[in-house]
Design a protein around this ligand. Sequence first.
Ligand code: C5P
Length: 418
Amino acid sequence: MAAGELSGRRIVLGVSGGIAAYKSAELTRLLGKAGAGVDVVLTEGGARFVTPVTFQALSGNYVWTDLWDPRRPANMAHIDLSRAADAVLVAPASADFLAKLVQGMADDLLTTLCLARPRAGIEGAERDCPLLVAPAMNRQMWENPATQRNIEQLRRDGISVLGPAAGDQACGEIGMGRMLEPEELLEEVVAFFQPKLLAGRRVLITAGPTQEALDPVRVITNLSSGRMGYALARAAQQAGADVTLVSGPVDLAAPRGVARVAVRSALDMHGAVMQRVHGQDFFIAVAAVADYRPAAAQGHKIKKSSAPLSVALAPNPDILAAVAALPDAPFCVGFAAESRNLDEYAEGKRRAKRLPMVVGNLVQDGLGGTDNSIVIYDEAGRHALERAPKEELARKIIAHAAACAGAWRERRGALPGA
Ligand code: C5P
């Protein structure tokens, strides 16, 4: 997650009564670190698990517990807080709290605030203040038909339900009903605010280095960290796409909601991509694929000797070129990491591989780091983007690809034999 992904956002974090409330203290900190202003509202039950003092210290703001709190000039915290918020997130949302939401009850500050929040489409509502809930409860309570009915109704009412997850429960039982972890909830909130530019689209991405075996313990590889490819997978997923990430060996967790296929060599990556490419709308080749592999991998460890050692190398298949040449090729985005002459090499690559879009960067600017400077090359020319964290660049690349793909498909569809 890049710092500032929620900057300028104001979130009401509602905490109802459940043991998972202790995780909401960490969530408050994470939301603040991502740049959001957080107003915490505790129910009476929530305040039994974690005190207002904890949330006040972590959010740096007053904490609200009482519908009759006189600290607001007109004594209407339920109106003021929701009018200032970009979203209300209730985490944990207890079974009781969810039932109250379904019934439209308003018997404390949090329920009243949820009912009173502005919703787009209502006459006079200047803004939409969406509601997200993160259920947390014992598995029997979760599976109970009453709760399941309530969840269905909440979804129908346009409320986003985040989780729950399955696993160990505080009561000692194991099953569905654990609240998502604070980091997962933060990812869900960041994703919630992203425009769904790729809704319903399928995106295949390669990322990371490949490893080409010399013998059972030695490989030829490169310094790619995989960060740019992983950031793109995350951005595409958050833009609403169904994302498959074919990844070489890297030290990164798969982004939330992304299906990862782990591979090692260029040949493995080629096979994994070719097996999955049909039906994809986009193919984004970010992997730093080794251009060559040892012509013959040794079955046993190469023994040291004082004589020079030469290794014959065989070229690897160009995965991107192979995909771009398919009759039903998706919209292909290539990457060009160069050490000089970026414009000439990157645009040259775009034309040679017949790609609608190439993202170029100078290796000294980005390889292995968290930030990068990039230039996008497409049919319309060159578009330089300001130096920024890879997460931010990833969103811009996805937006650019989404914007170009429509016209590209139309042109392609018009070609004879396409
Ligand atoms: O030609 P070059 O290797 O510089 O092109 C880089 C682009 O091609 C990147 O998008 C990279 O992921 C892709 N590529 C590939 N298979 C290869 C080599 C590069 O998909 N064997």
